[in-house]
Design a protein around this ligand. Structure first.
Ligand code: GLN
Length: 278
């Protein structure tokens, strides 16, 4: 079997299972199996693949047909130009989250200490450490498997992040921070069942579930955040597509001022930055 035949076979199978990104997904999966980039596939349609490679490819195509995200199948995802290992212990980074990182980088100056709450695979903290000049980046997560993955990602990207294991709900830091950044779980519990199968059947609900109204983590951060911050410290948060008003309200009623809000590539308010008034 050659590359062209394998791609046609994979695309047809994914198409039958209603995977709308069938062409790209088949290419990415075959690239992964062969250890060649997509350009090689497109320029060498007659290159023969071994039986073993074909079997491996077919088994991965079946996983995708069963809605497993490509990033989990190949074990990696690119974010802000860096490569990250991902597995089912953490969410797959979304392009929307680049706005959160960019907003936080705007507040970076030398001597700034930053804390990320709920780091997952570590992408936010690692991008901040890579692209910014912070004094130190600390990052907390409740899940030990996530912390292991995040540490592996920091090492692979040659940056130093101080990972902390713990629950944000009983977190007592041993220092105060200039900036707290978070993409917390923000999906209302009853909505999780309505998400795409790729998300609800594979990504960790622990990282998605924001409680009955989706706002549990914002409420906690609004109430306790000031005790983890230096005077006039800042908090930068990713929010759900319809949460700008409710999150603004939560922080305003806890003595914060809104510094800015930023939209994602789909023109949806995705990030809010606030500072404590004293
Ligand atoms: N953006 C994610 C989604 O829509 C949710 C991430 C989160 O809860 N922080 O699936």
């Amino acid at each position: 079997m050659n590359i062209k035949q394998a791609l046609t076979e994979g695309i047809e199978k994914l198409n039958r299972f209603k995977i709308s990104t069938c062409v790209l997904d088949a290419q990415v999966i075959l690239s992964f199996v062969l250890g060649k980039d997509r350009l090689f596939l497109l320029t060498n349609p007659l290159y023969n693949i071994t039986n073993e490679q074909h079997q491996h490819y077919s088994s991965l195509i079946m996983r995708r047909a069963d809605d497993e995200p490509v990033a989990y199948i190949i074990g990696e995802k690119e974010f802000m130009g860096l490569k990250f290992n991902v597995d089912k212990s953490t969410l797959i980074p979304r392009p929307d989250t680049e706005v959160l990182v960019e907003t936080t980088l705007n507040f970076c100056s030398s001597g700034t200490d930053v804390l990320e709450l709920g780091t997952g695979s570590g992408v936010i903290a690692i991008c901040l450490a890579h692209y910014g000049k912070f004094l130190q980046v600390d990052a907390l997560d409740i899940n030990t498997d996530a912390i292991k993955m995040a540490q592996k990602n920091a090492d692979a990207n040659n940056v130093v992040v101080n990972f902390l294991h713990g629950d944000v709900f009983d977190f007592i830091p041993d220092k105060d921070y200039d900036i707290i950044v978070s993409n917390p779980p923000y999906i209302p519990t009853h909505i999780i069942d309505t998400l795409a199968p790729t998300v609800k059947n594979y990504e960790p609900h622990l990282a998605l579930n924001g409680g009955a109204d989706g706002l549990d983590f914002y409420r906690l951060i609004a109430e306790r955040g000031s005790s983890w911050l230096k005077p006039k410290g800042k908090i930068v948060l990713e929010i759900g597509y319809d949460q700008l008003n409710s999150v603004t309200e939560l922080f305003s009623s806890n003595d914060y001022n809104v510094i800015c809000t930023n939209k994602d590539i789909n023109d949806i308010s995705r990030v809010i930055a606030v500072s404590h008034s004293h």
